[in-house]
Design a protein around this ligand. Structure first.
Ligand code: C5P
Length: 291
């Protein structure tokens, strides 16, 4: 049997860091929004061991890849000695703050559980996911969510009314930002490092309304402090997008992707045309409707 699955990405509508924890991770509150722009994964039971292939030659296909580690962890935990073949068609940009790798790992856990007859309960999958990476539990479900802890504690919400019928414009500048780098460099920005809890709840309540100036004001990302200082072009992107028809613009996760929220797909396409005539054609871009 062969299983084909889509592996979506996310943006962080808010990422508020609440200080460094004794274990080296950062406490945070984040509002994560699924984005229907997907990698494609194919899974097949085959022989023994894990064989991973990938359309993107830059990516490792051994235990350095989260898909490989997710599969390994799944097979060991479920006590399965059979092997799997996995193929990844990569469409989501790398080191982009869009959670592509985390989503791939979660999709792998869900797909293997299906392929092998659901040997693991969803609590167990969540446990494996959290051990593999802070963002991975979010991708085990498909709703917007408030994530707390180091990002692994998920409280799902129904789709936010403010986003209904709107569209994302995603812009990746052609360079990535390493997540550990962004967190380490936050140390130079004490205010951004030690945010006050409560901003997430405030944003979530605004997202039930259609008060766009208010929502745009409540979008926030602590990791912009180091990222926009090192890469000022990302700040210029946001200013341009806001001045040229976007309802709001922010960096997602640890960057480097900037996302804009636009009134409709048509509006996002028109903002994108203006963006290209100002900044050229070198960025990776996508327009994605929001359901
Ligand atoms: O958990 P994940 O593997 O995604 O984290 C990657 C890196 O990002 C960690 O090694 C750590 O440097 C940083 N991080 C953090 N606090 C978090 C999440 C990630 O410091 N809450």
């Amino acid at each position: 049997m062969r299983l084909k699955e889509k592996s979506p990405c996310k943006v962080n509508l808010l990422l508020n860091i609440l200080g460094k924890r004794p274990d080296g991770f950062h406490g945070l509150e984040t509002v994560m929004q699924p984005v229907n722009f997907c990698d494609e994964l194919a899974f097949m039971r085959s022989g023994n061991g894990i064989r991973l292939s990938c359309s993107e030659k830059e990516l490792p296909t051994d235990s350095k890849n989260l898909i490989f580690r997710a599969a390994e962890n799944f097979l060991t935990t479920a006590n399965i000695s059979d092997g799997v073949k996995i193929h990844l068609e990569k469409k989501i940009p790398l080191a982009a703050g869009l959670g592509g790798g985390s989503g791939n790992a979660a999709t792998t856990l869900l797909a293997l559980n299906e392929l092998f007859g659901q040997p693991l309960a969803s609590e167990k999958l969540c446990e494996i996911a959290a051990a593999l990476g802070s963002d991975i539990p979010f991708f085990l479900q498909d709703k917007p969510a408030l994530a707390t802890g180091r990002g692994e504690k998920i409280q799902p919400f129904e789709n936010f009314p403010a986003l209904k019928g709107k569209a994302f414009l995603l812009i990746h500048p052609g360079f990535g930002i390493s997540t550990p780098w962004a967190y380490q460099n936050l140390a130079r920005f004490p205010e951004a490092l030690n945010g006050k809890a409560g901003r997430a709840k405030e944003l979530i309540s605004k997202l039930q309304t259609n008060d766009w100036p208010g929502i745009a004001d409540a979008l926030y990302n602590s990791l912009e402090a180091p990222a926009l200082e090192k890469f000022p072009i990302l700040g210029l992107f946001q200013e341009f997008l806001r001045a040229n028809g976007a309802l709001a613009a922010l960096m997602s996760g640890s960057g480097s992707t900037t996302f804009a929220i636009c009134e409709s797909v048509l509006s996002a396409e028109s903002v994108l045309e203006k963006f290209k005539s100002k900044f050229g054609e070198n960025c990776w871009t996508a327009v994605v409707p929001i359901s």
